[in-house]
Design a protein around this ligand. Structure first.
Ligand code: IPM
Ligand code: MN
Length: 365
């Protein structure tokens, strides 16, 4: 297979973790006889300072032309960010426009915590049980993040509002993806909502529940988001399978999932649209540790695994990458943010050590 991939390294630790992801991708390319043409392009806060835009036209052209996009985390320190006008900050000026441009409505974020890795989690062993394996699917281009935003004054009174809108097409599109994923894996689907308060949630539920009868061979449950947040900590294994969430609720619960894993460094993600998708670690750019070769590249390498599966339909290659990473962690190796007081120092890997180890396992398996 020959594919062109845009590479947006981003800010902070972006370049160093992306380097490890690319190493892994090159190993897969060789081992499975593919050809990946990589085209690097600026994106994020540094891009604003260097190019005058966090998502410059030349980057858009490269992404338009690519089959899929690899994106690093974006954002600089608070002091640097303060120098950027609101509309050009990476969130509003780069990430949301990227999602909109390719209509990447399906965001996959896994909470994969096998029993062997339970020690990383703040949850007790008895709560982790035989392990947690949840795929959160978050709607990514609708809802309150994309609604009209107003900060105004009416008859001397200041106010602000954010519209939250979902169309039936948007709900059906993400519902289809979630039901099909649950069906493919043969697992339960949990639909998360806030229908006791929000009209958008009642609308969402009516459509999703209709679809549940079309996919009636699978197990389906529905849960209010605040209870889901509580249950995720108290009894996470009940969600084993797929969780479906709208944009903002999904933003919050996927970060909570990162907390349950013990590190957002353990959360890759894929954002998939009808024509193309991009992959990105779910965490930020950690400018405080940038350039030190200590960041955990798991989320980026896992994002490469997602790219192989969800963007290029290369499931076998994707599984090989996942297995290599779990192998490393199961052998007791960790990156520095996962190391505890009792961790043997020789088991603590740098960013590049971790990437090298994945490459070694892939090359020798
Ligand atoms: C995420 C991030 C983004 C979001 C921000 C940076 C716009 O928090 O990918 O979860 O809210 O979606
Ligand atoms: Mn978030």
């Amino acid at each position: 297979m020959k594919k062109t991939l845009a590479v947006l390294e981003g800010d902070g630790i972006g370049p160093e973790i992306t380097r490890e992801g690319i190493k892994v991708l090159r190993t897969i390319e060789k081992k499975f006889d593919h050809e990946f043409v990589l085209e690097h392009a600026p994106f994020g806060a540094a891009s604003y300072f260097d190019e005058g835009s966090p998502f410059p036209d030349k980057t858009k052209a490269i992404c338009d032309h690519a089959d899929a996009i690899i994106k690093g985390p974006v954002g600089l320190s608070v002091e640097e960010t303060d120098k950027i006008p609101q509309e050009s900050r990476p969130e509003v000026g780069a990430i949301l426009p990227l999602r909109k441009r390719y209509n990447t409505s399906a965001n996959y974020r896994p909470l994969r915590l096998p029993k062997s890795l339970a020690s990383f989690s703040p949850l007790r062993d008895s709560v982790v049980g035989e392990g947690i394996d949840i795929l959160m699917i978050r709607e990514l281009v609708g809802g309150i993040y994309f609604g009209k935003k107003v900060e105004g004054t009416v008859t001397g009174m200041r106010y602000a509002s954010d519209d939250c809108i979902y169309t039936a097409e948007q709900v059906r599109a993400i519902g289809k993806i979630a039901f099909e994923e649950a069906q493919r894996q043969g697992v339960r689907l949990t639909n998360v909502h806030k229908a006791n308060v929000l009209a958008t949630s009642r609308f969402w539920n009516a459509i999703i529940e209709d679809m549940a009868s079309e996919y009636s061979d699978g197990e389906y449950v529905s849960m209010i988001v605040d209870n889901a947040a509580f249950q995720l900590v108290k009894n996470p294994t009940q969600f084993t399978g797929v969780m479906l969430l709208e944009n903002m609720q999904g933003d919050i619960l996927t970060d909570q999932a990162g907390g349950l894993l013990g590190s957002l460094g353990l959360m890759p993600s894929a954002c998939i649209g009808p024509e193309k998708g991009y992959v990105e670690p779910a965490h930020g750019s950690a400018p405080d540790i940038a350039g030190q070769n200590i960041a955990n590249p798991y989320s980026m390498i896992g994002s490469i695994a997602f790219l192989l599966d969800k963007c290029l339909d290369l499931k076998k290659e994707s599984d090989a990458v996942w297995n290599a990473m779990f192998d490393i962690l199961e052998k007791g190796y960790v990156t520095s943010e996962l190391a505890g007081e009792t961790t043997d120092k020789t088991n603590v890997l740098s960013t590049s050590d971790f990437g090298d180890m994945v490459v070694d396992i892939l090359s020798n398996s």
